[in-house]
Design a protein around this ligand. Sequence first.
Ligand code: SAH
Length: 337
Amino acid sequence: MSGSLEIGEYKYLIDNRNQEIADFLKAEAVKKRQEIYGNTVFIRGLIEISNICKNDCLYCGIRASNKGCDRYRLTKDEILSCCDEGYSLGFRTFVMQGGEDLSFTDDLLVEIIGEIKEKYPDCAVTLSLGERSFESYQRLYNAGADRYLLRHETADEEHYKKLHPQKMSYKTRMECLKKLKEIGFQTGCGFMVGSPYQTTENLAKDLKFIEEFSPEMCGIGPFIPHKATQFKDYPSGDVDLTCFLLSIIRLIKPSILLPATTALGTAEQGGREKGVLCGANVIMPNLSPRSVRSKYELYNNKLISGNESAQEIENLKNSMKNIGYEIVTDRGDIKEK
Ligand code: SAH
């Protein structure tokens, strides 16, 4: 059912990308997603629970050593009110994402997950809280969390070292991903397109990794520089290359949940629509309190709408309708064929 190529073949495809090949893969990808998901688009309410982070990823705006970052952390009640608002707007998945903030202990997270699940048993809870101990992942799963997003960032160990401080390790990240899957989470990996030092060989390895790991979800978006990082003068990742890779990932695993990310919408106006037209089937609108949205700044010029959430979702529904897609009120689990 799923597609497979050698690393060298993926590299050949990327190196020889042209309009004709991109159009062909896009049409095939859309056909596949259509067979499984029709023209539906799933939405996930993104709640950015904290921008406090113990890690120091070289590309990230909320890295620990960015002293200019105005730090915040949401309370349990604030998180629950985000869910209340989201539920009334039709969200049936809540994603809690944040920096690696030690204040979010297992006990606290277990309590929050439990309350969301109790209040909204028809909703899925996704976590995107970085690397934690295996015991911690297990406790969060037992508390009712359904999915976990942990981008692998790059499937090449040497490249990983160029993007992260010495004390972070490629092996740990990969072990976390394997563990998450083993525990039973619907698991998501992913990477940035056009991150500093990235080669087409690196991207080919990312695709091979996705093929072998077979995640339920995969988040990819262009790298976008942040002015307070050492990568501030690097160019943003290419939108068309990102869309090309989205099509290939859809063909590798036709049932995958594939978001058109905020970074894609930030790198180019209409980027998320382009992503959906190339095979993506998930969008993750922001449900965080408006006062913190600009503080959760992984990269500069993040797409933040000035509208109320209700208006924002209405606009999104219309823009999807205009390209022939429909946002649905649904947990949006993977449809394994
Ligand atoms: N702390 C969590 C969540 C990270 S933020 C974790 O470790 O998983 C989510 C994703 O944003 C990261 O995995 C990274 O791929 C992406 N990101 C970070 N900085 C970025 C940048 N400058 N440009 C584009 N994407 C970035």
